[in-house]
Design a protein around this ligand. Structure first.
Ligand SMILES: Nc1ncnc2c1ncn2[C@@H]1O[C@H](COP(=O)(O)OP(=O)(O)O)[C@@H](O)[C@H]1O
Ligand SMILES: C[C@@](O)(CCOP(=O)(O)O)CC(=O)O
Length: 308
């Protein structure tokens, strides 16, 4: 039997806001995926992945999980010694959840109690999120646990607040002129340092105030409008969100995209926002006319993730 596949994820809305109790919306992204596999570890990638797993298994061995959750770490270690690696094309440090997919795959294979994603209640989702948060913290410091959760469930997830997450139905993608797309900044980013910059900014009262009164308001309004497919308020709030990030999330915007970020705001042809913590990796773009936006963003590598 082959092992299950775990997909990349896209945090469409909620980066940083979810740390401060905003809503968030996250989707599986099946273009990239990973699965646990055995091999003779001939390639560099396989060898390196296997080494990562060895280090991670040491962390898991010392990790206390909440009651009712336990991982069979000795089986994990035994399988690592037999050539286990995570066969994944999810780019690392790109904000699309390579470590989340890995955590979900490990949990699926080594959790002693079985959890069927189809039958999980809202309360169990909350406990799973806590477990995943602890497991994923190894990779980039404190983790919200959302990445492995979405990956494990393989369904869009609405983050309602710090305490509460639920499954959500996303409007069907359809062949229209509009698109949501990823732009490659051409460099990797690291979540830990970016989150640190965010907390540094949070020490200033002015920043806390604008985050709460503006950023979180636009963010939540975007989610609301997107789920209702209410495209005019959606784009109105997207513009505000993009402009706010241009002013206040400057260190998180990869330099290679700084000018085109502004160009989108000035022309209204498209709007850019962070995709996860930023600093590198992918940035998200939204446009009512992809053909036009694509021409304006000539030379950048793009991937369309949703059409409307
Ligand atoms: N295929 C893989 N095999 C082993 N470890 C992996 C693999 N993919 C990702 N990882 C682990 O996840 C880390 C990257 O996770 P992270 O820094 O959170 O970035 P991302 O935004 O891609 O999740 C890597 O440094 C590595 O430890
Ligand atoms: C920046 C943050 O809000 C979103 C996650 O970012 P990333 O998808 O791991 O790059 C951090 C977090 O909530 O864990």
């Amino acid at each position: 039997m082959t092992n299950p596949l775990f997909y990349a994820k896209i945090l469409l809305f909620g980066e940083y806001g979810i740390i401060e109790d905003s809503q968030g919306l996250t989707l599986p992204y099946s273009f990239y995926k990973g699965t646990l596999k055995f091999s003779s570890l001939d390639s560099d990638f396989e060898k390196k992945s296997n080494e990562h797993l060895t280090k991670y298994s040491d962390y898991l061995q010392n990790l206390e999980l909440p009651e009712g959750f336990e991982l069979n770490v000795s089986k994990f270690k035994e399988e690592i010694s037999k050539g286990l690696f995570f066969d994944s094309n999810i780019p690392q440090g790109y904000g699309v959840g390579s470590s989340g997919a890995l955590v979900a795959a490990i949990f699926e294979r080594y959790s002693i109690s079985k959890h069927e994603p189809e039958n999980i209640s809202k309360d169990e989702l909350k406990s799973l999120r806590t477990v995943f948060g602890l497991m994923e913290s190894y990779f980039h410091g404190k983790s919200s646990g959302i990445d492995p959760l979405i990956c494990y469930m393989n369904l869009p997830i609405l983050i309602e607040s710090k305490e509460s997450v639920d499954r959500v139905a996303i409007p069907e993608s359809e062949a229209g002129k509009g698109a949501i797309f990823l732009i490659d900044s051409g460099m990797t980013g690291e979540t830990g340092p970016m989150v640190q910059i965010f907390f540094e900014k949070m020490k200033t009262e002015g920043f806390r105030k604008t985050l709460k009164e503006e950023f979180i308001r636009y963010n939540n309004a975007c989610i609301d409008a997107f789920l209702k497919k209410d495209m005019n308020p959606f784009f109105r709030n997207l513009k505000k969100l993009s402009h706010w990030a241009y002013e206040h999330f400057r260190p998180m915007i990869p330099e290679s995209l700084f000018n085109v970020w502004k160009k989108g705001l000035d022309s209204n042809a498209y709007y850019l926002k962070l995709c996860g913590s930023g600093g590198g990796g992918y940035i998200l773009g939204f446009t009512k006319d992809y053909e036009k936006a694509e021409k304006m963003l000539d030379g950048f590598h793009k991937e369309v993730i949703y059409r409307f």
